[in-house]
Design a protein around this ligand. Structure first.
Ligand code: PLP
Length: 393
């Protein structure tokens, strides 16, 4: 019999009932160190008092009001994002998928309004993930996401990950945009080289093609900059944000330059819930905390420590692990052994990690995880690795 919850997930047999900082408490009372953070969502940990206060204050004041009216929390968050980034304007969504929908619509509408309606094609890369909507799966491509779901939204093509030189050849007079994650998350923590991202931005500019960056997973302080593309010193035309920006409350956004957004006039797009007062009150609190030099410096310092310890783990278990990859607190263990064996052994040792494609175990802790917790997490990962290794002997 089908479960009452549609079984689209292979769920681990764990039920977390409470969270505190970087810890999650299981129904049976066991305490797990959280190196998943709800897949890069809980950037400030669980039950963060600052976020709880922002949410409860707002909940006691006003939950929902239509976008037919001004929403001051939304304006405040948009101002913060515009101040802190390349962007001139922001549209709020409830998820990364919805951000993808608008990014695609915005890019196409831009060229339509410029009198070049033939420019509709969007170039992406394999291994990408842009969400589960019809545009999201078409943008990412690949059988795993698209098979069986009927005719795909047309106008997407895909290149080999990292093959930036191929973009030149793939661009045609019909090309509207290139979409790329500066660090692929679901694809297995695969960062694009700074040089490649610079080259890509250059190619886009030269060829009158918009650059859409998907920073849904790698954004909001995750890599040690507020947004990952800042490492390369490039600027997109359009950027998708979600996951971390709400710190655990559903919130996404599309950031854009004034030029790229110029086709999106009144009536061309909308959302009932997008940018509601609750989400934006929390988003403001997240930005006030994360978008400060001191916070980001701390992320970089802890990332260095975490990485060093993980390199030690890889050196101790060279038969299990190939390498540590990633940037900031967006790290991956590339495995020789099956990544799920490591994830499951982690559960046995009360440390939560997240599998990714390319046989990688993802490590995406809350950005405010402490040094002691990082040490504890790596000790637990060592025990998990020992358990996997023992099984193989
Ligand atoms: C998670 C993710 C999405 C989709 O976000 P949802 O909030 O799950 O809709 C899109 N792009 C990237 C890079 C992601 O990691």
């Amino acid at each position: 019999m089908i479960p009452s919850v549609l079984p689209t997930y292979n769920r681990a047999p764990l039920t977390f009932v409470k969270g505190e900082g970087a810890w999650m408490i299981e129904a049976d009372g066991r305490r797990f160190l959280d190196l998943g953070a709800g897949i890069a969502v809980n950037v400030l940990g669980h039950a963060n008092p600052v976020l709880v206060e922002a949410l409860t204050d707002q909940a006691n004041t006003l939950w929902h009001v239509s976008n037919l009216y001004n929403i001051s929390q939304q304006e405040a968050l948009a101002d913060k994002l515009v101040d802190a980034t390349f962007a001139d304007t922001v549209f709020f969504t409830n998820s990364g998928t919805e951000a993808c929908e608008l990014a695609v619509k915005m890019a196409r509408k831009y060229w339509y309004e410029k009198g070049q309606p033939e420019k509709v094609e969007i170039i992406g890369f394999d291994g990408a993930f842009h969400g589960r909507s019809s545009a999201g799966i078409a943008a990412a491509g690949g059988d795993k996401l698209t098979k069986g779901f009927g005719p795909l939204l047309p106008g997407f093509k895909h290149l080999t990950w990292g093959d930036v030189a191929a973009v030149n050849d793939a661009i045609t007079p019909e090309t509207a945009a290139v979409i790329v994650e500066p660090v692929q998350g679901e694809g297995g923590i695969r960062p694009m080289d700074d040089g490649d991202l610079q080259e890509l931005a250059h190619i886009c500019k030269e060829n009158d093609v918009l650059l859409i960056l998907d920073e849904v997973q790698c954004g909001v302080g995750r890599t040690g900059k507020l947004f990952a593309h800042e490492w390369a010193g490039v600027e997109p035309d359009i950027m998708m944000v979600a996951k971390g920006i709400g710190g655990g409350f559903p919130l996404g956004a599309v950031l854009a330059t004034e030029e790229a957004a110029s086709g999106m006039t009144a009536g061309t797009h909308g959302s009932t819930y997008g940018g509601n007062p609750l989400a934006c009150a929390v988003g403001c609190a997240v930005m006030d905390t994360v978008a400060t030099p001191a916070f980001l410096e701390d992320v970089n310092r802890k990332a260095g420590l975490f990485r060093q310890k993980l390199e030690g783990l890889v050196a101790t278990y060279p038969d299990l692990f190939e390498e540590v990859r990633g940037t900031g607190l967006m790290l991956g263990l590339k495995c020789y052994t099956a990544n799920m064996d490591v994830v499951n052994a982690g559960y046995d040792n009360q440390v939560v990690t997240v599998p990714a494609a390319d046989n990688v175990v993802r490590l995406l802790p809350p950005l405010n995880i402490t040094e002691d917790e990082i040490s504890e997490a790596v000790q637990r990962l060592e025990k998990a690795a020992a358990q996997v290794a023992a099984k193989q002997d």
